[in-house]
Design a protein around this ligand. Structure first.
Ligand code: PEP
Length: 244
């Protein structure tokens, strides 16, 4: 069985100095910890800095990007291609609700990114989640997932990490109940395969992390706000050890 996974999404936060200090503290505190896999996703502009901090950290902590553009190169001012992030990262978040909402990213565009990442041997962390608590929430999540996998080969599903992030729980201090997250995670695994990695994200903290360990449908967490405080993030990672 694979190790529990903790992904940090720093979003559009940190200065260069902050990114360096935060990644150094996380690296140093997790240096002697095994039994958990950690991915840091800083803003793209700090990837190189965090990569140089993590270079000496060994296997526990790896690097991911928060976004990518699916074309390899060309006239796409301001964008960063999959082939560019490949030099530094193993993972890339795609389909985050903030990108779907603020940047109007569609399932079709997200599926292009998923395919481009897979073609470059990078691991997509594909985010899906419903906007409101509703009776048909799980069906909405599954429909979004299927849409975001458009033209992705079924045989590649096992290479994709899915992060279930109910939008109503992101940044709200109102995390999902564990049995509900578990139920959604199990439905996702019915699509992706029993061995697929499914994360829960939405107001995860060091206080509530135990709600998301030991569940059949959930293999780890995606952490936003709480990943910006080294001591809290390290606590979350420590509590995930042996948690799956
Ligand atoms: C996120 O943005 O992916 C997230 C889970 O944020 P938070 O942990 O702050 O809710």
């Amino acid at each position: 069985m694979s190790l529990p996974l903790v992904v940090a999404n720093w979003k559009m936060n940190t200065s260069l100095a902050d990114a360096s200090v935060l990644s150094t503290l996380i690296r140093n505190n997790l240096r002697n910890i095994s039994g958990v896999q950690v991915v840091l996703c800083p803003p793209n502009i700090w990837l190189q800095e965090v990569a140089s901090v993590l270079e000496i950290s060994g296997e526990t902590v790896s690097l991911g990007a928060q976004n990518c553009y699916p074309e390899a190169s060309g006239a796409y001012t301001g964008e960063i291609s999959v082939t560019m992030i490949k030099d530094l990262c193993r993972y890339c978040i795609v389909g985050h609700s903030e990108r779907r909402h603020y940047f109007k990213e569609t399932n079709e565009f997200i599926s292009e990114k998923v395919r481009a990442l897979l073609a470059n041997d990078l691991i997509p962390i594909l985010c899906v989640g419903e906007a409101h608590r509703a009776d048909n929430s799980v069906d909405l999540v599954i429909a979004q997932l299927k849409g975001s996998l458009d033209d992705v080969e079924k045989e590649d599903y096992g290479k994709i990490i899915v992060a279930y992030e109910p939008i109503w729980a992101i940044g709200t201090a109102d995390s999902a109940e564990s049995d509900y997250a578990d139920r959604v995670g199990q439905r996702i695994k019915q699509i992706m395969g029993a061995e697929a990695t499914v994360l829960y994200g939405g107001s995860v903290t060091a206080e509530n992390i135990e709600h998301f360990t030991g569940l059949d449908g959930i293999d780890g967490v995606l952490v936003g706000g709480a990943s910006l405080k080294a001591s809290e993030f390290v606590k979350i990672c420590e509590k995930m050890v042996g948690g799956k």
